[in-house]
Design a protein around this ligand. Structure first.
Ligand code: ZN
Length: 131
């Protein structure tokens, strides 16, 4: 289990190195790593960790799912946009593990996306299945 503190309402955090460390601790050489966020207003994806692209992702999410656009959930929780963005981005990824390493492409990084921060205790489950 990884624990993260986030510092902004919307924030993309590269967790690749932390996930790799969790994989290493399991001792599994070949298998599948499942990286899963336990929250309804966060997401996990794989993409390039370039700063400009991360800002682009945030901008597009804000345009696709604007905040406060008359959502019913906002009446009780004021974060419907966060939930809907999380659904669009997805809450888990599976990455092959080869020779004890996440088998990612050159530009691929595992990205955790905070959509309703800041939060002090975001939890990400990392499970590895040997194959
Ligand atoms: Zn809510």
């Amino acid at each position: 289990m990884l624990e993260l503190r986030t510092s902004k309402r919307t924030e993309i955090i590269d967790i690749t190195d932390k996930v790799q460390e969790e994989v290493r601790k399991t001792g599994v050489r070949d298998g599948l790593a499942i990286i899963y966020t336990r929250h309804t207003t966060t997401a996990i994806t794989i993409n390039e960790g370039e700063r400009g692209l991360m800002e682009d992702i945030e901008d597009v999410m804000c345009r696709l799912v604007p905040r406060g656009a008359g959502y019913k959930h906002d009446i009780m929780d004021d974060n419907a946009d966060s939930h809907i963005r999380a659904i669009l981005l997805g809450n888990s990824v599976v990455v092959p593990v080869s020779n004890g390493r996440l088998d990612l492409g050159t530009w691929q990084r595992v990205l955790f996306i905070e959509l309703d921060g800041p939060r002090s205790n975001r939890r990400i489950v990392v499970k590895v299945i040997a194959t």
